[in-house]
Design a protein around this ligand. Structure first.
Ligand code: F6R
Length: 364
């Protein structure tokens, strides 16, 4: 049932305020993340955790890349995030005190499941699954589970599964930070951002019509470049993946600092460049990268956090609610989902069932 929406994908995009609230339900109280959500022995486990290995595929991998920034910056714990199809065929070195985390919407992705099975013989502290399907293979094989509560996701392109994964990983990162000496102020701010997140996402969804208008500029394009820095680099990667999956426009994401090292050569008036610009410590660097794009005649599309408002000269600029280090990657994902959705609709592709793709990749 599409609930009155034209496609499942659009319905699932609009469900996000509710499923994000569901994923937070009963997991925060009195301004704190309830560590019990990671099992009865959560505190000793978190204390023992000296490093983290995250393994996943596709969109779920992008969630892992965001979490890597959070875990290192909030908890000071070294973290890697890696594609399951690579992890399972190399020889990963596992130091004592390493926690293994898989992320999967379906819980059935063949490579992620195989990576988990391999990890179980490798001397990790334990394995934690961030997953959306309670009765799935990955949940059954994992010692600890942190469920996302996105509900069934029908659209092949993942939307609400991704943002609920980010919320689950933010809960984990804050809980780990708390036992590893994260300042009270930053911890409290992170928790508050999570509490306000459903409302911020609802606010971001109001940009739908303006994004629909923006989408017209992409219909005839063959390529697109997405730029971000920090946690918003993987957000840009996710934006590019969405666009290529459902509109079949070739899209690439780059860390904005890499522009000069190659991709700037691609920029001309036929290359739309989408920049994700939260009001963080990297904003001035990103603004100067955007200037480099403009100077080469590239058409800039900017999603900017309320309060930045300086140095951006683009008619294609949309302002997002002020959000903060935990909320921003979720909030900025929303317009990117809507953009690829509307571009795909205008191009007449099969939005919910893109060619050549399956919802659950149970063979490698
Ligand atoms: C992209 C998408 C895929 C999945 C990937 C992993 O929109 O949906 O990239 O994220 O196949 O699937 P799960 O999360 O079920 O392991």
């Amino acid at each position: 049932d599409k609930g009155g929406y034209r496609h499942f994908m659009l319905k699932e995009i609009h469900e996000q305020p509710r499923v994000l609230a569901d994923t937070l339900e009963g997991r925060i109280a009195g301004g704190k993340v309830l560590t019990e959500i990671l099992g009865v022995d959560a505190v000793p486990l978190l204390e023992k955790t000296q490093s983290v290995h995250i393994v996943a595929c596709g969109t779920s991998y992008h969630a892992g890349l965001v979490a890597r920034y959070w875990i290192e910056s909030l908890a000071g714990v070294p973290c890697t995030a890696e594609i399951a199809s690579e992890y399972r065929y190399r020889s990963p070195v596992v130091k004592d005190g390493t926690l293994f985390i898989t992320i999967s919407q379906s819980g059935e992705t063949a490579d992620t499941l195989a990576a988990l099975k391999l990890a179980k013989a490798r001397g990790y502290l334990t394995q934690l699954a961030v997953c959306n399907v309670p009765e799935s293979s990955i949940v059954r094989e994992s010692e600890l589970v942190l469920m996302t509560r996105a509900g069934p996701e029908i659209g092949v392109a993942s939307t609400k599964a991704f943002t609920t994964q980010l919320v689950a990983l933010a809960l984990f990162s804050l809980a780990l930070g708390r036992v590893k000496g994260l300042s009270e102020k930053r911890y409290a701010s992170g928790v508050r951002q999570l509490e306000q997140l459903p409302a911020m996402v609802a606010e971001a969804l109001k940009l739908d019509e303006r994004i629909q208008a923006m989408a017209e500029r992409f219909v005839d394009k063959q390529h697109a470049l997405f730029l971000g820095r920090g946690t918003h680099w993987p957000v840009a990667m996710e934006g590019a993946l969405k666009l290529k999956e459902i509109s079949y426009i070739h899209a690439e994401a780059y860390a904005a600092g890499e522009l000069k090292h190659g991709p700037l050569a691609l920029v001309d008036q036929d290359m739309p460049v989408i920049a994700v610009a939260p009001n963080d410590h990297l904003i001035d660097k990103l603004l100067s990268n955007m200037e480099e794009v403009r100077a080469r005649g590239g058409e800039l599309f900017v999603f900017v956090e309320d309060g930045v408002g300086r140095g951006i000269d683009s008619e294609n600029m949309l302002v997002l609610p002020a959000s903060g280090e935990i909320a921003a990657p979720v909030v900025f994902t929303i317009p990117l989902q809507l953009l690829s959705y509307h571009v795909a609709v205008l191009r007449g592709t099969d939005v919910d069932q893109p060619r050549n793709l399956a919802k659950s990749v149970t063979v490698e």
